[in-house]
Design a protein. Structure first.
Length: 662
């Protein structure tokens, strides 16, 4: 274990509350960082010097970042698409003071388990003022709602909204209009603290209706995905559950500590935890219909995604498995789901984490992009040292996990997968061909970042304490021919002020922590640093300037609020489409929207999926490239209704389309 020890100058600690406090700190030898405020110290403690331990050493100033940046800029001749724009992290200007806080299993008393998977971030216009608001989830502390004031500024509405959820260890959040009253309601999950349903009164004030809703399941829950599986006009809910990775021991912060061998629990069927399909019965009540409709899934699942993959008008379900084969269920007219996993996808990633379903090449058919985190964790060479050849490559056969650990047929893709929809009911895996591989990926968000009519991808990627720094990936879609790595070109990397690490926890080596591994041979206050890293993200236009921005939920640190300057760099053309169902569910989730402009046809499936562990309530965003008008919009509503909106329709507006009654 290589560590670098730095004796810092005497530090004066402030006494603001931990929840909202972020301070800039500068330590000898590396750049400014953001950190959570320590608790107030006694005068004696403030006089003591702090020993900083970087774990591992390379996180303080990774020398390889500049090399990768230069290599990426050298590829600009391959770009057929516009890429002369940048993202800037505007967190300080945004006034957002949320800081993600972890359980000690991922920090002070590190144990490798599923708490490492982090938390989601979801977006919705909770008060119907036309500006999207942000809801961050966390493990310890409280989830927070940040109300959009416009011009890139936000204010804390958590207490006003009544959705802090201070006690349970949070995981995910999903916004959807469950009662068809025109405003987004909220579903949030936790690890063994129960799940929660909040009804919005239309002004951004929420009422906890969990007890009567039937959604209070208490287990190792992960993501909630709303969709209308039976097309009755009410949004149903699919809840993924990970598996029993915790013990009965309670740690500081009132969380259940994880098993030391948590990542082998999938080998024991008794430790699985079935995911649940809830049918919306109306009046904000839900019923478990998993067995009734044949959707009994016991994968170690973190997330799921809805799409009409066989294009019969009924929403199907793809369920990721972080420790085994993914599963795919075809919807038979809302009566039952039929498992067709291996027929259509004989080989899937073994360690799937995030998923996005979108039309990658604009052929009118939905493709599937899956990130594989756990396969990368078996190749230990890159843990402490950056190895260029590993970043865009599948895991070598010699590095993959042994057969007895797989607990499958062994037919897997050892990394990310991109399943191209052939349009005839079959799929072809092309991730390497199109450049969709990357290292240590978690969640992904999809959006047309350069407004050219092709959807791009942001992949939150990292490990943290004990691991080297890892970059987030931006994949610009090169006119459907493939993806080009663009995170350095677009300014997503390096991070603001060159930050790559932050304080993880503090130890009193003269007191209660003297037996801790990092106190061996040390005295006084020891501050342990870990690498920064993102877990989830959402792409949306938070400053309402017409281009898409990116907000992350980072692990044990503050988020990134990355504002795009695309609209300042060139004249862009776009159309935002907000659906309003009448026969269908009010959100129009499950609708297929086809936009025709000139000789181009753009297709999106309205699923609300905004990123890993999150579902948001946002209009569909279509980049139009150079087109100033749209000729026609065709909508296949989930009610079965087909509707055409004839043009010319001017670009650069938000168009609300209400389902016709014909």
């Amino acid at each position: 274990m290589h560590m670098k020890v730095i004796t810092a100058m005497s530090q004066t600690f402030f006494s603001h509350p931990l929840r909202n406090a972020i301070i800039l700190c500068s330590l000898v030898g590396f750049s400014a960082c953001q950190r959570k405020q320590p608790q107030p110290k006694t005068p004696e403690q403030t006089e003591r010097q702090a020993t900083v331990v970087a774990h591992p050493e390379g996180i303080l100033s990774p020398s390889w970042l500049e090399e990768v940046k230069e290599q990426q800029f050298a590829t600009r001749n391959k770009f057929k698409v516009f890429h002369d724009f940048h993202f800037t992290d505007r967190l300080p200007e945004s006034d957002i003071s949320f800081v993600h806080d972890i359980v000690n299993d991922s920090g002070k008393f590190y144990i490798a388990n599923h708490y490492d998977h982090g938390n989601g971030v979801a977006v919705a216009d909770v008060d119907q003022d036309g500006l999207p608001d942000i809801y961050f989830t966390t493990q310890l502390g409280e989830n927070q709602l940040w109300h959009n004031l416009g011009n890139g500024r936000f204010e804390d509405w958590t207490e006003r909204a009544g959705i802090a959820l201070k006690n349970p260890v949070g995981v995910s959040a999903s916004f959807a209009d469950i009662d068809n009253d025109g405003d987004p309601d909220l579903f949030a999950t936790s690890t063994r603290g129960g799940n929660f349903l909040f009804e919005n009164d239309g002004t951004g004030i929420f009422q906890d209706i969990t007890p009567e809703s039937g959604l209070s399941y208490n287990g190792h829950s992960s993501a909630g995905t709303f969709f209308d599986f039976d097309r009755d006009g009410l949004l149903d809910l699919f809840l993924t559950n990970v598996g029993q990775f915790t013990t009965e021991e309670v740690g500081e912060g009132n969380y259940y500590r994880g098993h030391k061998a948590a990542f082998a629990r999938h080998l024991f069927p008794s430790q699985s935890e079935q995911s649940i399909l809830y049918k919306n019965l109306g009046n904000n009540r839900f019923e478990d219909v998993s067995e009734k409709v044949g959707l009994v899934d016991k994968s170690w699942s973190g997330d799921a995604h809805v799409a009409d993959l066989n294009e019969d008008g009924w929403p199907d379900l793809y369920v990721t498995n972080m420790q085994g084969h993914d599963e795919y269920y075809e919807n038979e007219k809302g009566k039952r789901f039929v498992r067709k996993s291996r027929q259509l996808f004989p080989a899937t990633p073994w360690g799937a984490m995030g998923i996005g379903i979108f039309d990658q090449n604009n052929d009118g058919h939905m493709d599937i992009l899956i990130t594989d985190m756990h396969t990368d964790m078996w190749d230990k060479e890159p843990f402490k040292t950056f190895i260029p050849d590993k970043e865009k490559a599948k895991v070598d056969e010699s590095k993959k996990m042994p057969a007895h650990y797989l607990a499958t047929d062994g037919n897997h893709i050892w990394g990310n997968a991109l399943f191209r929809n052939n349009g005839d009911g079959t799929f072809q895996e092309i991730s390497d061909e199109v450049g969709a591989e990357n290292y240590w990926p978690w969640g992904l968000s999809v959006g047309d970042l350069n407004a050219d009519g092709y959807e791009d991808v942001f992949i939150a990627s990292s490990m943290n304490l004990g691991f080297r720094y890892a970059i987030n990936s931006v994949l610009l879609n090169n006119q459907g021919e493939g993806f080009l790595d663009s995170e350095f070109i677009l300014g997503v990397e390096p991070r603001r002020d060159g930050r790559t690490a932050a304080p993880w926890f503090e130890l009193d080596c003269d007191g209660a922590d003297r037996e801790h591994q990092f106190c061996q041979g040390r005295s006084g206050v020891v501050e342990v640093w870990g690498a920064l890293g993102s877990r989830s993200s959402v792409i949306f236009d938070f400053d309402d300037d017409g281009d898409l921005d990116i907000v992350t939920n980072d692990f044990n640190s503050a988020p990134m609020v990355m504002q795009s300057d695309l609209s300042a760099q060139k004249q862009i053309h776009f159309l935002k489409i907000r659906l309003q169902g009448t026969k269908a569910n009010r959100d129009g989730l499950g609708a297929k929207v086809t936009l025709k402009t000139g000789d181009r046809t753009l297709t999106q499936f309205h699923d609300g999926k905004s990123g890993y562990l999150a579902q948001s309530s946002l209009p569909l965003y279509f980049g139009l490239d150079e087109a100033t008008v749209v000729d026609r919009i065709e909508i296949d509503w989930p009610s079965g209704q087909k509707q055409t909106v004839d043009g010319p329709i001017k670009s650069n507006q938000t168009l609300t389309v209400e389902e016709s009654n014909n």
